[in-house]
Design a protein around this ligand. Structure first.
Ligand code: NPQ
Ligand code: MG
Length: 369
């Protein structure tokens, strides 16, 4: 089967509440959707990149440009074959999130044509997965406690607090003291610390955290290894890991004992499975990260989180945590879990009306082999 063409669509979804991390504050999620059309079938992929290159070097307009000018022309001769996308784009350096969106759309289209779910294709073993929630930096500790209380009441299986210098020991202590030792608690610094903060971060050991995520710069595996040697709290990497090879290197160096897998950050769901396999072979637990996905990305992440090595709750929250109105049917929390979609491909499609309502631009790119 050949690919007839690809639609690039930008959507804007207002967030239920602003999301503040050490990188900045987000009020709205602008997302880039890729729709691949092949014969009677179509498939969807969502690009994880944000408006600005702050979390990663990629950004939405750059990703669209990469896809339009370089990825699609390179893909055209290959037809609709998900296994061919990675090799066809290998000569393009970086741009993992843009490549991931294209591969996911091709994969979704191909799986739908074959009547196979993404969960089945990846080797998922769970029909439901435990999920957590990522809690942004708050104005005050009281406001934070109120937010955490709401999420615990909703049933989330894990609370992740965003931290930065000046917002770390105090909020973590307050949450632990208020909600007790039974709450699974983690922190995520999004690279906000430097190696000089090692002794300061060691004080987090007092609070029984399940992990500390990415305190240092993406390229600084040595400092993460030094911290891991010093702390009882397990060190988890996010931004540092952009491939299965990175994962193997980080594990070998002792830079992490847990890995956050975001499919966009590693170049797609097929590479995400390889990161999972490397981690599993080394006894390293993994969990699925989040990028404020719409229902399309959320559905695909749930399929990934069903793999056996995903033993910690992921950042795959219910739809209502982020959006009043999503472009797909909402995902609803049930006993701290979300269901893994079982239909063909990613198992969900956008609601045409909801999609139109939030679309800010559409571009159709015909593909000729
Ligand atoms: C993380 N995500 O684990 C990220 C980072 C992040 C859910 O904590 C807009 C879109 C703003 C995606 C800010 C969570 C974002 C974003 C931070 C992702 O590090
Ligand atoms: Mg993170």
């Amino acid at each position: 089967m050949k690919i007839d063409g690809v639609e690039l669509r930008e959507v804007a979804l207002p967030l239920v509440s602003p999301f503040r991390t050490s990188l900045g504050t987000q009020h709205e999620r602008n997302a880039l959707l890729v729709r691949v059309v092949g014969g009677e079938t179509e498939g969807w992929g969502e690009c994880a990149a944000e408006d600005e290159p702050t979390y990663s070097p990629e950004y939405l307009a750059g990703a669209a440009d990469l896809i339009r000018r370089f990825a699609l022309p390179a893909l055209a001769p290959h037809g609709l074959d998900p296994a061919a996308v990675g090799p066809a784009l290998r000569h393009l350096r970086g741009h993992v999130m843009a490549k991931a969106a294209v591969e996911t759309a091709v994969l979704d289209c191909w799986l739908r044509a074959h009547g196979v779910s993404l969960a089945q294709h990846l080797g998922g073993v769970r029909r439901r997965v435990r999920v957590g929630v990522s809690v942004g930096i708050a104005e005050t500790v009281d406001a934070l406690l109120e937010t955490v209380d709401k999420h615990l009441t909703a049933g989330y299986a894990r609370i992740k607090l965003k931290i930065e210098p000046g917002w770390d020991l105090e909020p973590v202590r307050a949450v632990r003291e208020t909600f007790g030792p039974g709450v699974m608690l983690t922190v995520d610094a999004n690279t906000a610390y430097t190696p000089a903060d090692l002794r300061h971060l060691a004080q987090l050991d007092a609070y029984g955290l399940t992990l500390i995520e990415q305190p240092f710069a993406p390229g600084d595996l040595r400092s993460h290894a030094a911290l891991a040697a010093r702390l009882d709290t397990p060190v988890c990497l996010d931004e540092s890991i952009t491939s299965a090879r990175d994962a193997a290197e980080a594990i070998r160096m002792g830079a992490c004992s847990i890995i956050n897998i975001k499919p966009g950050r590693v170049g797609g769901y097929l590479e995400a499975r390889r990161v999972h396999d490397v981690a599993e072979a080394n006894g390293v637990p993994v969990w699925c990260g989040g990028m404020l996905e719409t229902g399309l990305g959320r559905a695909a992440n749930l399929a990934l989180a069903g793999l056996p090595g995903f033993t910690l709750p992921g950042d795959i929250s219910a739809t209502e945590r982020y959006y009043h109105r999503d472009i797909t049917r909402p995902f609803v929390l049930d006993g701290g879990e979300l269901p893994v979609p079982q239909g063909p491909g990613i198992g969900v499609t956008p609601d045409p009306e909801a999609l139109e309502a939030c679309t800010t631009s559409v571009e159709w790119i015909p593909l000729s082999a």
